[in-house]
Design a protein around this ligand. Structure first.
Ligand code: ADP
Ligand code: MG
Length: 433
């Protein structure tokens, strides 16, 4: 079956990936699912991170749906990654289920997340119950879970015996269903209502699950009444989540809601460099910029890129350079490069300022046209891989010094003119989301 699965995957993925990551695996199909034995942790991590879904898909297309897929190193040792997925046992009150990597110390601060971070730090102060519950919301991969778990770690550092639980909403729901089935609702309630801090992740998952919302609402109230800490995350502002009860939404708004935004280039570079250090990857700054310029909207993808680089570098023994990164991340970067083109930038900027595209690219020098043009050129420099001469060429055959001047001017204006800065940020967000 595994062989068939491999042949199936081979038709979808680059041969290189299959040979590098999947061939070395040893497959064991058992009662409770599929165990894949990896020769080392590099392979395991890569498979966990990027190949799990293709494997599951291939199997299901072959008519097999193993109850679970585990990726393990060597002779049957449980992988940590697999363990994280299972959540705390109902009776095991010691297990808070926090990932040791997600701390304030490893969180890189930038403009995009500083408010959320400050709020989380306050929520981690047991003396300060001003912001309770704390709600952190924002798009995928922007550090919500990381911040939330940092709160947990900080609380535990202050009091190692504090009863803290980190739960994904999905897990909360599953656990509740199991509890109902086995007549263990009392235990379930007891478990959650006696916590000192509850960190509940991705509550958008509660949408349209009425019984779970009901139970969560009661848990929530009893914790709030007892003045216990609650931190929640959601992938958007909860008011916008359909199928979430109004009374829940209104409860959330009792505390503080803070957003995490996509990080700016400098923050992305800083995150990459800090993760590289944590993972012992020798990542030159130049390469960090190269990647961060392209991978823009999601920190998880940045990390994914770093892991790919690390794995390729370990296997080939080559130093990490821009060219090496281009090769190793070829398919991943292609997706991003396709996203923002000069044409796309020009069209978006013209629409944004309600001017004609022909004017944007033409010779007019009135400020209402020249400013947007400069902005568009600066955006092109930041968001694409084009050189200054190429950008000039693309903007009605201008000289590269004109582009350079535009970039400098925009930088300068953004520091003095908040309107300009806002326009720039808005536009780059529109272009990269
Ligand atoms: P979310 O819960 O918002 O989807 P996560 O918290 O899971 O995102 O973050 C995705 C990955 O990106 C995690 O590995 C996390 O450590 C990392 N990450 C996100 N933001 C930051 C940051 N500001 N500094 C360091 N790592 C970050
Ligand atoms: Mg998350």
């Amino acid at each position: 079956l595994w062989q068939r699965c491999l042949s199936h995957i081979e038709t979808r993925l680059p041969e290189k990936d299959v040979n590098l990551w999947l061939r070395p695996l040893e497959a064991h199909f058992g009662e409770d699912g599929l165990d894949l034995m990896a020769p080392n942790e590099v392979v395991r991590d890569q498979v966990e991170r990027e190949l799990r879904a293709p494997i599951a898909n291939a199997l299901s297309e072959l008519g097999e749906q193993p109850r679970r897929i585990r990726v393990l190193v060597g002779g049957g040792r449980r992988s940590e990654a697999a363990e994280i997925d299972e959540g705390p046992a109902l009776t095991d009150t010691k297990r808070h289920n926090l990932d040791s990597r997600y701390t304030f110390e490893s969180f890189v601060q930038g403009k995009s997340n500083q408010i959320a971070r400050a709020a989380a730090e306050q929520a981690a102060d047991p003396e300060n119950m001003a912001y309770n519950p704390l709600l952190i919301y924002g798009g995928v991969g922007l550090g919500k879970t990381h911040l939330m778990q940092s709160v947990g770690h900080r609380l535990l550092a202050n009091n190692p015996r504090a009863r803290i639980a980190y739960v994904r909403s999905e897990h909360f729901v599953n656990e509740m269903i199991t509890a109902i089935r086995h007549n263990r609702m009392d235990q379930f309630k007891e478990h959650y209502r006696t916590l000192e801090a509850l960190l509940i992740d991705d509550i958008q998952f509660f949408a349209n699950k009425d019984r779970s919302q009901e139970e969560f609402f009661h848990t929530f109230n009893s914790l709030l009444e007892a003045n216990q800490r609650i931190v929640i995350t959601c992938d958007r502002f909860p008011k916008e989540v359909e199928g979430l009860e109004d009374r829940l939404k209104s409860r959330f708004s009792w505390g503080l809601s803070v957003a995490v935004e996509p990080p700016e280039l400098e923050t992305r570079v800083a995150i990459l460099l800090s993760k590289a250090e944590a993972h012992n990857v020798d990542l030159p700054q130049e390469v960090a910029f190269f990647i961060a310029k392209r991978v823009r909207s999601n920190v998880r993808d940045l990390e994914g890129a770093l892991h790919r680089l690390k794995a390729s570098a370990q296997i080939t023994g080559a130093p990490i350079t821009v060219d090496f990164a281009k090769q190793a991340l070829y398919d991943m970067l292609a997706v991003y490069d396709r996203l923002v083109t000069l044409e796309n930038i020009q069209k978006t900027v013209a629409e944004y300022f309600k001017i004609r595209l022909a004017d944007l690219l033409g010779k007019k020098r009135t400020r209402s046209i020249a400013r947007p043009r400069q902005l568009a050129m600066a955006l092109a420099k930041e968001l694409t891989n084009h050189s200054l001469p190429e950008i000039g060429q693309g903007f009605g055959g201008r000289d590269h010094t004109t582009v350079l001047h535009a970039c400098r001017k925009v930088k300068e204006l953004r520091e003095t003119d908040t309107r300009m800065d806002e326009d720039y940020v808005n536009l780059s967000r529109i272009l990269t989301s």
